[in-house]
Design a protein around this ligand. Structure first.
Ligand SMILES: Nc1nc2c(ncn2[C@@H]2O[C@H](COP(=O)(O)OP(=O)(O)O)[C@@H](OP(=O)(O)OP(=O)(O)O)[C@H]2O)c(=O)[nH]1
Ligand SMILES: [Mn+2]
Length: 182
């Protein structure tokens, strides 16, 4: 077995253990791990990404933000490259939610290529998820606002992966979100 395959399995297992008590916000209470696995799968199957470091970062991208995992732990298990990407895509949870959302828009264009890939796939997964099933307690307006905010983040991620950006643009067009100028 190739070492890449073993490494990806180890990473998926680590993420599954970390997210084991978490569920998505949909009415079916889907296991949270479906999301990071889905984000990594979008990168592999749709975006054509084969760089294992990026696929690992996708699997781990919400572990620090949403579980007790630390960046040091990620580095000890998976090395500094994976740690760096996860760090770039992790929101500062000490900030208020509005501030966090604003920071994502401002921070997006300064991310590395690898972090931009993970961010694009994360947004694509979440927007498809919203089209599939509205989270418990979310109004149609909140869904539309998430689409609009996502389009502002994605605007700062352009020139990274044509397939992901085109697919995201289709979702924004379906929602009648105008193309934004830079
Ligand atoms: N669409 C959808 N999202 C769900 C669901 N369950 C959990 N989420 C997560 O909720 C986050 C979006 O909800 P918000 O209310 O905007 O953010 P919050 O979690 O910080 O409160 C996303 O976090 P994130 O991955 O960190 O991404 P982002 O907020 O940085 O874009 C997404 O992964 C679900 O059933 N459907
Ligand atoms: Mn995510």
């Amino acid at each position: 077995m190739g070492s890449d395959v073993a490494l990806l399995l180890q990473t998926a297992n680590f993420a599954a253990e970390k997210h084991k008590r978490q569920r998505r916000k949909d009415v079916e209470k889907t296991p949270y791990i479906n999301h990071p696995i889905g984000v990594a799968t979008i990168l592999s199957q749709e975006a054509g990404i084969t760089d294992v470091v990026v696929l690992q970062a996708a699997l781990l991208h919400d572990t620090v933000e949403d579980t007790n995992t630390t960046f040091l732990e990620i580095e000890e298990h998976f090395g500094p490259e994976v740690r760096k990407i996860v760090e770039e895509v992790t929101d500062d949870k000490t900030l208020a939610k509005m501030e966090r959302k604003k920071q994502q828009i401002e921070h997006a264009p300064h991310c590395s290529y690898n972090a931009k890939l993970v961010k694009l796939a994360d947004k694509l997964y979440n927007l498809r998820d919203l089209n599939r099933s509205i989270p418990k307690g979310w109004s149609e307006l909140r869904v539309q606002e998430y689409f609009r905010w996502s389009s502002e983040v994605v605007n700062g991620l352009r020139g990274t992966n044509a397939v992901l950006e085109k697919t995201l643009q289709q979702l924004f067009t379906e929602r009648r979100i105008p193309v934004q100028a830079d």
